[in-house]
Design a protein around this ligand. Structure first.
Ligand SMILES: Cc1cc2nc3c(=O)[nH]c(=O)nc-3n(C[C@H](O)[C@H](O)[C@H](O)COP(=O)(O)O)c2cc1C
Length: 411
């Protein structure tokens, strides 16, 4: 077919010639190219020494718990409702006695300053800006007071691993309470450390040891090393110093005798709400709720403990049915997108936590990287809700989601 042609006019060419403004800040330039959490993971991998990256990215044994949890989210089908007014959507929720602007918070993670020197301070200050809760781990690398300093008016949660030394455990819990932390997450899925095989193969220790392999690996990652060597040495909220593998450290710290009586005792020590993190059966969910805790976190620790553990997303409908509508249920493990979070809410979760999605952002670009993680998830949540025809998180129901059949238990 013959096309009519003409000479282009200068006024039409001008807009095509205007180049995108150059962003002089390398970090901002890098992060602007990340549009998914997987993009942040790719940047994180390029910029972080292999030991620290693999410690974060990896899981236990054959890493089936993590892979399956992620697959379960990939295997959902959404059912949108049409012709609803979604000109504005409200992504906020109430959880643990307070508000959160988004239906997710930052999960507790240990050794965070090893992923990036800005560590917990980056996470807590980003959480403050976004209006979401930040959780500090017992094996965090910033003190409760340090977290409070950067998130003085937002919500901070403290995660407890009951240590063999009870006084030391409670000392830390009391410091968190005195620093205004409003919620205690008691993690119960670490009677012993899971077998994180990538760490064994990498010979990963705290602090990182220099070997020919780590030196070679460091050459293309100068910023991490400069940050690591020119900031405060790693110290832990819960112990003064450590030399050895992370598994050895966890085993030396944790008390494998902790039982339901201890949980009841801890519940009575804490002034705010108490959630039990690491619930993996309906029966245990019921048992801890009967003990009088405020809620549970359905989680298999991001697949870092028992391999082939139950998939939290699959467990969710049965737990919600058993506990009823009033019980507070948080879900984590495997969340890599805002759509995963929307699906979890639709299937009965009140709230979710992100572990690696936050750490990939942190490793990709410190504080601004965590901002980018939150921005990506917020955008995905809002868009998914609009496409589903849902204007508030409370309007999400199981009717919006089908779990396609793969890896679902028989019978
Ligand atoms: C590097 C890393 C360190 C973690 N450290 C802790 C911890 O100290 N205490 C804890 O209760 N959970 C810890 N977790 C588990 C997270 O709180 C959360 O349950 C898990 O990361 C959720 O899965 P996701 O990473 O797929 O989001 C850690 C997870 C990662 C990835």
């Amino acid at each position: 077919m013959k096309m009519e042609r003409r000479v282009p006019r200068p006024a039409e060419l001008a807009p095509l010639m205007s180049f995108k403004k150059f962003e002089p800040n390398g970090r901002a330039r890098r992060l602007a190219k990340a549009h998914t959490i997987a993009d942040l993971r790719a940047i994180a991998k390029r910029r972080t020494p292999q030991g620290a990256f693999d410690y974060t990215d990896g899981a236990a044994e054959a890493e089936l718990s993590l892979a399956r949890a992620r697959q379960a989210f990939l295997d959902i089908e959404f059912h949108p409702a049409i012709l609803r007014d979604v000109s504005s959507v409200d992504t906020s929720v109430e959880i643990a006695g307070g508000p959160s602007a988004l239906p997710f918070g930052i999960a507790p993670t240990g050794f965070t300053r090893m992923m990036h020197a800005e560590g917990e301070r980056a996470g807590a200050s980003a959480a403050r800006t976004a209006g979401i809760p930040f959780s500090l781990s017992t094996v965090g690398t910033t003190s409760p007071e340090g977290v409070r300093e950067v998130n003085p008016d937002g919500r901070n949660w403290f995660q407890l691993y009951m240590q063999k030394d009870r006084d030391k455990s409670m000392d830390l819990v009391n410091r968190a309470a005195a620093s205004g932390f409003d919620t205690l997450l008691v993690t119960v899925d670490v009677p012993v450390a899971g077998a994180r095989l990538r760490d064994s193969y990498n010979g990963f220790t705290i602090p990182p040891q220099l070997t020919p392999k780590t030196v070679l690996n460091a050459i293309p990652r100068p910023e991490w090393w400069i940050n690591f060597l020119t900031t405060e040495p790693l110290t832990f909220a819960s112990l003064s110093e450590w030399q050895g593998t992370i598994g050895e450290l966890l085993d030396a710290l944790f008390d494998p005798t902790v039982d339901f009586d201890d949980l009841a005792w801890i519940r009575d020590q804490w002034p705010g709400q108490v959630f039990v993190k690491g619930i993996q059966t309906v029966a245990d969910a019921r048992k801890v709720m009967d003990l009088g805790v405020d809620g549970i976190v359905l989680s298999n620790h991001g697949g870092r403990q028992l391999d082939r553990a139950p998939i939290p997303f699959h467990l969710l409908p049965a737990v919600r049915k058993d506990l009823g509508n009033d019980a507070q249920i948080i879900l984590d493990t495997g969340i890599m997108s805002g759509a995963d979070i929307v699906a979890a809410l639709a299937m009965g979760a009140d709230f979710t936590l992100i572990g690696r999605a936050y750490l990939y952002g942190l490793m990709a670009g410190g504080r601004e990287g965590v901002d980018r993680t939150i921005h990506i998830l917020r955008t995905e949540i809002t868009r998914t809700m609009k496409l589903l025809g849902v204007a508030t998180t409370a309007d999400l129901t199981p009717d919006h989601v089908t779990q396609l059949q793969r890896l679902t238990p028989r019978g």
